[in-house]
Every structure is written in C-alpha cells, then in structure tokens.
Ligand binder design. Structure first.
Ligand SMILES: [Ca+2]
Ligand SMILES: [Ca+2]
Ligand SMILES: [Ca+2]
Length: 239
C-alpha cells in the first residue's frame, strides 16, 4: 500500500444523516479538498457516533480530483448483524441520491487509496465487505465497470478467466467464482490484500464505496497538470 504523504485526520461527526450534503462543515476538510486538486491526494477520515440508524460516512479521500467515500450501513457497523445492511440496489440508490456512483477501481493507486480508507475504520478480523461499481450481469463472466457509465471491461472468462484491465480478485479463492448466482462486486476486508469477490446482489453487506467526479472547473486544472507531466516525460525521453 502506498499512502506516503497522505495524512489521516480523525474528526468527530455528530450529524445523524449520512448524505453528501450533510457532510460535516469542517473548514479544514474543505481546504483539504482544494489542496487535493494540486497535490493529487489528500485524505480525511470521519468517525461517526455509535447510535446512528442510517448509513454513515466513515472516511473520505480524493485522488486526481475524484472523491471516494466509505459508508457503513445503519446496522450498528462492523461486527453487527447484517439484518438491515445494504443490498446492492440499496447501496446503488444511496450513491445516486448522494450525487455519486458505486466506485470504480481502475488502478493500483485507486485500490491502495480505498484499501487505506477502509483499513482506517476496520479492525480485522471483523468481516466487512463493501460494494463497488462492477458487474457481470450483462454477460456472465465478463466484468465491467457499469456504475460510472464507462462500461470498461476489466475481466473476461469468469472463474478461470483473465484480466482485461486493472483487477484485484482474490484468486486464492478463484474469484469471481459465483457464476450466475453472484454478479456484483465487493472489496473484502478479510483478504490479505483487500481483494475483490463476486457477491449476490441480494446479500446484505456492511457498506459501500461511493465515488464522485471532480467538481466542474477543476477538470481543466487536472488536465493541465497531466499535460505538464506528459511534457516532462517527453523531455526526459528526448534527453
Ligand atoms: Ca475510480
Ligand atoms: Ca456472475
Ligand atoms: Ca464469490
């Protein structure tokens, strides 16, 4: 995991709602979000009060302008009975209501960031699975990132298949191993490297990772940054 340069800060959240608009109005957090656009990565973590009955925001971070939020269900959190935890459809609806989507993980950098956030709230060996935005419901065995609208394929061939993009399946368990019964994606805190598993959509699991696109007006800045990096790389090549 590479989180060097990222500072975790924990702040108490006394709000009772988990929506994005109810995010704690900590000036420090807003400042960090702005800094994140320049520094690419900034992390802030929110620890929620215990008695909340709705999904709660636990931690958040930004990477290349995209914001990731880790939510826990309202069932009392880790170690609680999963009776009123989120199904895939519930998590999807919550993400949409917040103005985001269930997260895509398209690089090791994104995987490390999200794993780091979850690690900051999970005490192993508590079982904790978090919904992500991938599925093979369109074509069994072909896994795509659908929730961000890209439909990028990252795996083909199901259990004995191969990568078509970045993936982090738990291949020790030969995931994705659920065939037609498991068509949605979760990150598993029980695995050694925060690996992925395919899960039945109706299984109530503990939480979700929600992703948000950059705010309008910041895309140009990020693009300029990448342009600068590209130019630097070309200069190095030419030299
Ligand atoms: Ca992503
Ligand atoms: Ca499947
Ligand atoms: Ca599975």
């Amino acid at each position: 995991m590479n989180l060097s340069g990222c500072g975790f800060s924990h702040i108490e959240d006394s709000t009772t709602e988990g929506s994005k608009s109810k995010r704690p109005n900590q000036p420090g957090v807003k400042q960090k979000m702005k800094k994140a656009l320049l520094a690419s990565v900034a992390i802030s973590a929110v620890s929620a009060t215990a008695a909340q009955a709705v999904p709660t925001l636990q931690a958040s971070a930004s990477l290349n302008g995209y914001t990731y939020e880790i939510y826990l269900d309202g069932a009392g959190g880790l170690g609680g009975l999963p009776g009123n935890a989120w199904t895939f459809a519930q998590a999807q609806a919550a993400a949409s209501a917040n103005g985001g989507y269930l997260a895509t993980i398209k690089s090791q950098e994104e995987q490390d960031l999200i794993a780091g956030l979850i690690a900051s709230i999970v005490d192993k060996p508590d079982p904790a699975w978090f919904w992500l935005g991938g599925t093979d419901s369109g074509s069994e065995g072909t896994w795509t990132w659908t929730e961000d609208g890209s439909n990028d394929v990252f795996w083909t061939g199901g259990k004995y298949g191969s990568a078509a993009g970045y993936e982090n399946w738990d291949r020790g368990l030969l995931e994705p191993n659920g065939f037609g019964a498991e068509n949605h994606l979760a990150i598993n805190s029980l695995s050694n490297s925060w690996e992925w598993i395919d899960v039945n959509a109706h299984l109530p699991i503990y939480g979700a990772v929600i992703e948000y696109v950059p705010e309008p007006g910041t895309v140009g800045l990020i693009g300029l940054g990448l342009l600068g990096l590209g130019a630097a790389a070309r200069r190095r090549k030419a030299a």
